[in-house]
Design a protein around this ligand. Structure first.
Ligand code: HEM
Length: 440
């Protein structure tokens, strides 16, 4: 049997202003979780703290999509992510909402649903398994050497450009792109295109929303549409090539993956391409930039790392805990279930706010402080937990470690100047510019 097309089977979004069961905590949401522009100021950690304290399972009635329960406690996020029996990815997809048909980009919509991240048992694991050889410790140890060389080259270039640089453009965007393309087997000449595609993907939801309101220049829309088209066409062509002529790379693994004896349909090739390109690039890029902000805001912690570079691996866990670049994942509840004292109705949506869980004082003492010696830093949930736990977590940790070992050695005083730009996106914390002075 072929993989089910989630884009055709997922339950439609019905706007619901009231949940089925009475709300245990009724507060006015302290932040408009639906409004991407709100997130250009950074993640709303203060609002998350208020929610955790006053309404840890908070009903949020969306204007443009189904209302949902927002979880901000560590224990509730963990419980839902682990309970794949009752909380489905497949029944409704993992994003806060999906645009109505008249506002969709058809291919982008389909591909964002027909991918393993949206599959449940029994489909999810066989497809995930096909990717696994490229995420083992042995494979990553080999990859690490190439990543270390790339870090060194990028820092040489940064030094030439400096002393004041945009860390995103000159470093954070380049390193994950290099790493992912090495894993995928993308030829070097084709790699710069990815950076443009990332930019358009990060703002896709916002662009389509503004288009409907007539707020976007048609030129910009045309550019957006042609970049998205080019990204899929590139993926389709290279995956077909690898199907005909497999190599030892992740693209060939995806192109030749079989589930129940069948090769992936075109829909799943597009979806797997979109998932890996987005998940592999964007998240790590934002973690690298976010770490520089933390090192600037907590200079005492930077000193500890300079004195004892052996602390860097733990610093990486701590930085990812605090940055939490993926803000949430959504699930659909399959049967009436109690979570954290609140009854959730069958069919209702639940959003697990990872950044909020990662600053839950019940688990992380003094949670807003960056503490490179924090004993339980690696218990963070920024990579999720359970069967869908981030496949690339070791790759991400390795890149951050390789980057900061060299950055702290070569530019020990490098400092964020306070200038940054954050893209309007309420799904990933997307730092699009970060000005850094290499001299400190
Ligand atoms: C700091 C960097 C990263 C963060 C914070 C992150 C976060 C996440 C999260 C929260 C999930 C969903 C987990 C869940 O539902 O329980 C996920 C899934 C995934 N991530 Fe990452 N990710 C990162 C880097 C990467 C990298 C570098 C790659 C690939 C090279 C990658 C590939 C994936 C894939 C393929 C999935 C889907 C797994 C599945 O559904 O089985 N991620 N990631």
């Amino acid at each position: 049997m072929s993989l089910p097309l989630v884009s055709e089977t997922a339950v439609d979004e019905a706007a619901s202003t009231e949940p089925k069961h009475p709300r245990r905590w009724a507060i006015t949401p302290p932040v408009d979780l639906e409004n991407a522009v709100e997130f250009t100021k950074g993640q709303p950690f203060e609002a998350f703290a208020q929610m955790r304290e006053n309404a840890p399972v908070m009903w949020f009635p969306q204007q443009y999509g189904a209302g949902f329960w927002a979880l901000t406690r560590y224990s509730d996020v963990r419980a839902v992510d682990l309970d794949t029996q009752r909380f489905s990815s497949q029944a409704g997809g993992i994003l806060m909402s999906y645009a109505p048909p008249e506002r969709r980009h058809p291919l982008l919509h389909r591909a964002s649903l027909d991918a393993m991240i949206n599959l449940d048992k029994p489909w999810h694991m066989p497809l995930r398994r096909e990717h696994m050889p490229f995420f083992t410790p042995a494979y990553i140890a080999e990859l690490r050497k190439k990543v270390e060389n790339k870090v060194s080259d990028l820092l040489d270039r940064l030094e030439e450009k400096g002393p004041v640089v945009d860390l995103v453009e000159d470093f954070s965007a380049e390193l994950p792109l290099f790493t992912l393309c090495e894993m995928l087997g993308v030829p070097e000449a084709d790699r710069p295109k990815f950076i443009e595609w990332m930019h358009f993907l990060e703002t896709a939801g916002y662009t389509l929303q503004r288009e409907e309101l007539g707020e976007v220049d048609p030129e910009d829309i045309n550019r957006f549409l042609s970049e998205v088209q080019a990204m899929f066409e590139y993926g389709q062509a290279i995956l077909k090539e690898r199907r005909a002529d497999p190599k030892d790379d992740l693209l060939s693994a995806i192109a030749n993956a079989k589930v129940d004896g069948e090769l992936l349909s075109d829909e799943y090739l597009d979806g797997s391409w979109l998932l890996i390109v987005f998940a592999g690039n964007d998240t790590t890029r934002n973690s690298i930039s976010g770490t520089m902000r933390l090192l600037t805001e907590f200079p005492g912690e930077r000193e500890k790392l300079i004195d004892d570079p052996g602390l860097i691996p733990n610093m990486v866990h701590e930085a990812i805990r605090m940055v939490s670049p993926v803000m949430y994942m959504r699930r659909t509840c399959l049967e009436d279930t109690e979570i954290g004292g609140q009854m959730i109705g069958e069919g209702e949506k639940v959003l697990m706010y990872y950044g909020a869980a990662n600053r839950d004082p019940a688990v992380f003492a003094d949670p807003d402080s960056f503490d490179v010696t924090r004993a339980n830093a690696k218990d963070h949930l920024a990579f999720g937990i359970g069967p869908h736990v981030c496949l690339g977590q070791r790759v991400a940790n390795m890149q951050l470690e390789a980057a900061y070992r060299q950055i702290l050695q070569r530019f020990p005083q490098a400092r964020w100047t306070g200038r940054q730009e954050i893209a309007p996106n309420n799904f990933v914390h997307a730092i699009s510019k970060l000005e850094v002075d290499l001299r400190g």
